[in-house]
Design a protein around this ligand. Structure first.
Ligand SMILES: [Fe+2]
Length: 420
């Protein structure tokens, strides 16, 4: 039995029987026997709250044992109830057991050993019930505590996530603001530079998406491409209008410095630092004969290898008027020395299917712009401010922007675009 000591109350009008019950459990120290000669005494004893099991004779004087046990059940439902019955009363007692009024009945005259075993089993049953109740309460309180802890932790985590999200959004916004600012500086600095950067960025991103699964890496290629020529801001126009072979020694020296200048500019911007190496290496040749470091093949950052191809392709298409197919053929001719052949292959397949179609140029109204079109000339406002540079690829954002400024456009709301 789980509990150390139990209390049993016998109720019988016959003092002799009560004494017999006491004697029966004399050698059972874990069972304390209480007795009552009538229902009133018995109810008083029960009211003290220490009784685990009550066994009543059916033949009480003032009420039947069954009636007394019904009262006991009403006031003390947890106390186990047994009824001592004669053979004639067994049938009624069985019905009471079946209806849940009684735990057991004991037939008179009783067998002492059998009575002791029945009482002990009843007490064990009672002990198990109490243990189950105790555990149930414990689980309930544990559940409550856990629930409260989980709720507290959830609130704390939600707050932390919201803080991190806000920080992340702020950082992202700062990053994007910085990029917008720098690309606008580039666009204002030189007519060709703004469009070149955007087109190279788009082409580099599309190429990177074919080469790597990691979206972060794709974004790095895009951002690096967007800023790759920032070191040319403020450079003389001849650096844009001439081929490298036509540069004077001075121009050549200035041109070869622009990756290093770009690296220094971007390296000084805290949240762009990781792009500086990409920018430094965008004029390295695959053969190791490029500048500024003469890096070879896989030593050149992948982003820089992509940008190198996209940038040269853009020069051929937009500065020298080559078609996409011609540009790719020219790039492939120099591929062994200058470009990563695997990336060049991916790039040319991509431009073959996407960019080659952008051949016709026409004027469209601001409301007729469609994603995929490319601005064929700088788009200025009436007050002379540059809205979008030549070469900008039209997407949903640029359409919104042009639409918002359409009444202020310099060219009667018509936009010259290259279309597929
Ligand atoms: Fe460059």
């Amino acid at each position: 039995m789980a509990k150390n000591r139990y209390s049993v109350l016998f109720v019988d009008n016959d003092q002799g029987f009560l004494s017999a019950f006491r004697r029966l459990f004399l050698n059972e120290p874990e069972i304390e026997i209480f007795t009552a000669q009538n229902s009133k005494e018995a109810l008083e004893s029960l009211s003290r709250g220490v009784i685990d099991l009550v066994a009543a004779d059916q033949q009480l004087e003032e009420m039947s044992g069954a009636e007394f046990l019904r009262l006991a059940k009403e006031n003390h439902p947890d106390v186990l109830r047994m009824l001592l019955v004669t053979a004639a009363e067994v049938e009624a007692a069985v019905r009471l057991v079946n209806s849940g009024e009684l735990y057991r009945f004991l037939a008179k005259p009783w067998n002492e050993e059998e009575l002791k075993i029945t009482i002990k089993k009843g007490l064990e049953h009672r002990a198990l019930e109490r243990e189950r109740e105790r555990l149930s309460e414990q689980i309930k309180s544990l559940d409550g505590g856990l629930k409260q802890k989980v709720q507290q932790r959830t609130i704390q985590l939600e707050k932390a996530v919201a803080r991190l999200k806000q920080m992340s959004e702020d950082r992202k916004r700062n990053f994007q603001d910085t990029l917008v600012l720098l690309t606008q500086i580039m666009a204002c600095s030189n007519r060709f530079l703004g469009g070149h950067s955007k087109r190279v960025a788009e082409l580099s991103r599309m190429t990177a998406e074919k080469l790597v699964d990691n979206q972060d890496e794709v974004e790095m290629v895009y951002f690096g491409a967007l800023l790759h020529d920032i070191g040319l801001v403020g450079a003389p126009d001849t650096l844009f209008s001439k081929d490298a072979e036509q540069f004077t020694a001075r121009e050549n020296k200035a041109f070869r410095k622009h990756p290093l200048i770009g690296e220094v500019i971007i390296g000084n911007v805290h949240n762009l630092k990781r792009l500086s190496k990409i920018i430094r290496s965008h004029h390295e040749d695959f053969s190791g004969r490029g500048f500024p470091d003469g890096l070879h093949a896989g030593d050149i950052p992948l982003s820089s290898r992509v940008i190198r191809i996209a940038s040269d392709y853009d020069h051929l298409c937009f500065r020298k008027g080559r078609s996409a197919g011609e540009a790719c053929s020219l790039l492939k001719r120099g591929s062994a020395d200058l470009y990563d052949p695997r990336i060049l292959n991916v790039f040319c397949n991509l431009t073959g299917s996407v960019m080659q179609k952008q051949t016709s140029v026409k004027l469209v109204s601001a409301g007729s712009l469609e994603p995929g079109m490319v601005l064929d000339e700088d788009l200025f406002l009436k007050n002379g401010l540059l809205l979008l540079p030549h070469g900008s690829i039209i997407d949903s954002q640029t359409i919104k922007k042009i639409s918002a400024f359409s009444s202020l456009l310099d060219n009667a709301k018509l936009v010259q675009v290259a279309v597929q």
